[in-house]
Design a protein around this ligand. Structure first.
Ligand SMILES: [Zn+2]
Length: 507
């Protein structure tokens, strides 16, 4: 069992079907009863009526090997059939985190071959997490990111730094490959804890509770701070649970000897039936993902025709078409502002967007006055080296405005506006940037968090801190400009989750 425990993660990058890695993959699939699935893609604008193409598909197998399939170089026609069989095989439980979205894009990527419409049996790691939480008191039912679940259940956090990296760029960096592999592999680790618990049902107090409690009082910032790569493969804390499971699940692995090389030629994936324990889990908790036809097609914006009447619609829009596109300097030009991110000035029509940008850690100011003249607005932007964000087409007519000083936001809704700006300016939003700025005044926070005592002192006569927070050992952050105090309570976590979802950081 010792050797099992210490087995290092083997990551195989699969770039062609006549490679040793591909043979290994097929061979692994004939032996495994459990896979963790994840996919990466380069985000595209949702308004473009198309889905992103999946660039990487990660398949983590039960034996500590992860296959990272490079779908940009693999011939899709040779991969489609084995993948389809994997997704449908009753012998292999598929684990994922909100994998439906991945499946939609994956299906779209393989649409010329018929795509995919079903994953069964499937188990979402979010349900696994809720089950693990079930016996604990005082746990608000909330949606957590995979990274947060990992931190809580496994005691290490996944780095989200590379989440927004360009997955369509080749060659991939070592870090990208490791990151991608870990995202899929951690699903297996979380499941192992869950399965050990299920196997011991009736005797529900598991050692994992100790692991979780260990991190329960840490704020997210704290957890995301230690995302050193080497941390990720350290999985010592739950080895005991893992060992229990492995002792039962790995027993029949040896039964199967199949010629993997032959397999790749055949169209049928020969799999091994699940063992009893896993079968029970699947029967009790197993789920499936079914894609309807409507899920598989990008939404065409039906509203367009209605909204844009010929009088004030299309023609006028076309007039500004060229100006609508961002034509300025590369947004990370240091002359545009500090820390590699551009700074923005949001006019009154996109005030909500300013708050949203601050929530994801971007410097977004609002005009000095409530009803600024266009001239004043542009002057403020120039003075503070900010890109002016507006929905006011009239502003674009000012000839003295350099093209790299204004961007016309096209989306109407705050969340979509945020995504639009992130994509247009290629802002690399990572989870640790979330809530790193004062949403009230755009200020930055003090360098170190305050303890409860310090926070009470700082809030005196200025802001009320609810008594119920005092015994929670929370971290408090204070805005250096307006002195507003923030703490990492439920509201904070909900907000973080909201922006994880909006920015799609969790997929
Ligand atoms: Zn402030």
């Amino acid at each position: 069992m010792d050797t099992q425990k210490q087995k290092a993660l083997e990551v195989h990058l699969v770039t062609s079907t006549d490679s040793a890695e591909f043979t290994l993959l097929i061979s692994a699939l004939t032996r495994t009863s459990l896979v963790g699935l994840d996919a990466e893609w380069k985000p595209v604008r949702t308004q473009q009526n198309s889905f992103p193409t999946v660039s990487l598909l990660q398949i983590a197998c039960g034996d500590s090997s992860v296959f990272v399939l490079d779908l940009l170089s693999l011939p899709l026609s040779s991969v489609w059939e084995p993948l389809r069989q994997l997704l449908l095989s009753p012998d292999i439980l598929k684990l994922g985190y909100a994998f439906k979205q991945d499946l939609v894009y994956l299906s779209y990527t393989f649409s010329s071959l018929g795509g995919f419409d079903k994953v069964e049996p499937y188990l979402d790691i979010r349900s696994v997490y809720h089950h693990l939480q079930h016996n604990k008191k005082h746990v608000p039912k909330q949606v957590k990111s995979l990274s947060a679940i990992c931190a809580e259940v496994l005691g290490f956090s996944l780095s989200k730094e590379l989440q927004c990296s360009d997955w369509s760029c080749r060659p991939l960096t070592e870090e990208q490959i490791t990151y991608a592999a870990m995202d899929a592999h951690c699903l297996l680790d979380i499941f192992m804890i869950f399965q050990a618990k299920v196997a011991k049902e009736g005797d529900l107090i598991l050692k994992t509770t100790r692991v979780s409690n260990h991190n329960a009082n840490l704020g997210l910032k704290e957890l995301f701070r230690n995302h050193d790569m080497s941390d990720k493969v350290l999985r010592t804390q739950f080895c005991e649970a893992l060992a229990i499971v492995q002792a039962t699940t790995c027993s029949n692995v040896a039964q199967v000897i199949s010629s993997a090389r032959g397999m790749t030629q055949k169209s049928c994936l020969v799999t091994v039936p699940m063992d009893e324990v896993l079968l029970k889990v699947v029967r009790k908790y197993g789920d499936r993902i079914l894609l309807k036809d409507s899920d598989r097609k990008p939404k065409t914006s039906k509203k367009k025709g209605k909204k844009q009447s010929p009088l004030n619609g299309v023609r006028k829009e076309n007039h500004f078409d060229k100006l609508d596109e961002w034509q300025g300097n590369p947004p990370c030009d240091p002359s545009m502002g500090g820390n590699g991110f551009p700074k923005f000035l949001c006019d009154v029509m996109v005030e909500g967007l300013a708050k949203h940008l601050r929530c994801v850690g971007i410097d977004a100011a609002v005009p000095y006055s409530k009803k600024p003249e266009p001239r004043a607005l542009i002057e403020q932007a120039q003075k503070e080296k900010r890109v002016l964000l507006t929905r006011d087409a009239k502003l674009l007519r000012h000839d003295y405005l350099a093209k790299n000083q204004i961007y016309r936001v096209k989306s109407l809704l705050k969340n979509e506006q945020l995504l639009e700006v992130i994509e247009t300016f290629q802002l690399k939003i990572s989870e640790d940037r979330l809530m790193s700025r004062c949403t009230k005044c755009n200020g930055t926070f003090i360098q170190k968090p305050l303890t409860t005592e310090e926070a009470i002192e700082a809030a005196k006569g200025f802001q009320r801190i609810p008594n119920c927070l005092f015994d929670k050992d929370l971290e408090f952050w204070q805005c250096m400009d307006c002195h507003q105090l923030y703490w990492e309570g439920t509201q904070y976590h909900n907000a973080v989750q909201k922006f994880i979802d909006i920015c799609k950081l969790s997929d």
